[in-house]
Design a protein around this ligand. Structure first.
Ligand code: LLP
Length: 443
């Protein structure tokens, strides 16, 4: 069965009677006029649909818990939607903890990840009642135990492990040892467990956590990951006589950025995971554990598009034809950082004949700020509105103020209604944290 992450565009995308693209019943040209560009647009129906795809796909294993990986896009409105769909949250900073807390999320359904959580962040997590902390290394075990002790609390933890599976998006390899910055090596788990059982009495271990990569198209890798986790639970029970009953397989399911991308569906992933989990429960003789998943990109990417206004253009003699937009690497770092590819259409000319191959350049001051290399579009003119698809994940969340440009606004669309969920930054916002020491002020 198909799932929403396999769609190139938000599910509600269509061409309306005015001949423009619309999403969530909202004309994109009207949105651009009303809110300005660049503008992030997020389709609520698409988010809710993929949440339902995940829940339906895993319903034959009722002990599944879905955690939205906030790092893909963390805003209070998005948190409220994910919570309303019954999701918990994977958070990785005090900023993400605070955002979900302020959005009214049940903090017992929040899991705190990260390879270098600070004293202040761990303290905040404990004080706000974060449900699980996935401890990444020996330093953190000791630090967290101290903080928990000083709060007179026993903190519920998982251990983040490096399962020895390396994922290269479309294929993967298994190695004995991985030089990953995240998690305990398989050979270090016993030492960690011994410390928890004997010394760190303010920590309560519930299970193991792994994450094998992102934008994954490979399905079998999840089965291998399950086997490693379950085998470890059984081994630890045998060795230490502890019944760990939680495994967390992380996130990673891919999305369709361009027509040539064919990500698997949530249903295919669920089949692989559940089948292998049931086999492993038999094989290793353990009680069925709670299964955590932490999807980020696949929940939010497809729902998002970015609208830009076309400005200057340039034909390099015997070279490329460039059109520049009013945003770029500061609102979408992925093309310049990862050579990520995106698909786009002109929102006011969605059904015009495709006439030319052009390169879409960003407005930021460096040559690498190219949003889309070689895309075929209709005849273009200044003022056209470009709609870049699949920008919901890792765009706003990785945005910067490079060149001191204000970050764009974000609107949520649904049933012909549009609501601002992140305001556009103003020039005053940009300087609001600046301080000029008195000695530098002109007298
Ligand atoms: N859980 C853990 C422990 C993670 O490290 C990540 C992502 C996720 C869950 C969510 O993975 P997802 O379902 O979103 O693939 N900035 C990069 C992606 C970095 C992903 C880091 N970890 C990009 O723009 O492609």
């Amino acid at each position: 069965m198909k799932s929403t992450n396999q769609s190139l565009k938000p599910l509600t995308t269509k061409i309306n009677d005015a001949g423009n693209l619309e999403i969530g019943g909202c004309d994109l040209i009207s949105l651009a006029e009303k809110y300005g560009t660049p503008l992030y647009v997020l389709d609520e129906e698409t988010i809710r649909n993929i949440c339902k795809d995940y829940k339906n796909a895993f319903k034959s294993y009722p002990k599944t818990k879905m955690m939205y990986a906030s790092k893909a896009l963390c805003t209070m409105a998005v948190s409220a939607i994910a919570a309303n769909e019954g999701f918990g949250f994977d958070v990785v900073s005090s900023g993400e903890i605070y955002t979900v807390y302020k959005a009214g999320v049940d903090m017992s359904k929040v899991l705190f990840n990260g390879n270098n959580k600070s004293f202040d962040e761990l303290t905040l997590a404990i004080e706000l009642g974060v449900g699980r902390i996935s401890v990444d290394n020996f330093f953190e075990l000791s630090l967290l135990n101290e903080i928990a002790k000083s709060h007179n609390k026993v903190v519920d933890i998982l251990l983040r492990i490096t399962p020895g599976i390396e994922c290269h998006t479309h294929e993967y390899i298994q190695t004995g040892h991985l030089d990953s910055k995240f998690g305990f090596d398989l050979t270090q788990i016993d030492d960690a467990v011994e410390l928890i059982l004997n010394d760190y009495t303010n920590l309560k271990l519930h299970g193991l956590h792994a994450h094998i990569g992102s934008q994954i198209f490979e399905t079998l890798i999840y089965g291998d990951e399950i086997e490693i986790l379950v085998k470890e639970l059984a081994r630890l029970d045998e060795k230490f006589n502890i019944k760990l009953n939680e495994i967390n397989v992380g996130g990673g399911l891919g999305v369709k950025y361009t027509n040539s991308d064919v990500p698997p569906s949530t249903y295919e992933i669920a089949d692989i995971i559940i089948k292998r989990l049931k086999e492993c429960i038999e094989k290793y003789g353990i009680e069925p554990p709670t299964l955590f998943l932490e999807p980020g990109r696949s929940i939010i990417s497809t729902a998002g598009v970015t609208l830009y206004t076309l400005g200057s253009s340039k034909q390099v003699p015997k070279g490329k034809k460039y059109f520049a937009v009013d945003g770029g690497m500061a609102d979408n770092a992925r093309p310049s950082m990862y050579r990520a590819e995106y698909f786009a259409q002109v929102a006011n000319k969605p059904d015009y004949e495709l006439a030319q191959t052009v390169t879409i350049a960003g407005r930021f001051c460096e040559s690498g700020d190219i949003l889309i290399n070689n895309i075929t579009l209709p005849e273009l003119e200044e003022g056209d509105i470009l709609c870049v698809y699949n920008t919901g994940a890792y765009n706003y969340s990785m945005a910067s103020n490079y060149n001191r440009v204000q970050k764009p606004a974000m609107v949520l669309v649904n049933n012909s209604q549009s609501d601002i969920i992140i305001k556009r930054e103003t020039l005053e916002d940009l300087i609001s944290l600046d301080v000029i020491p008195d000695r530098l002020k002109n007298k």
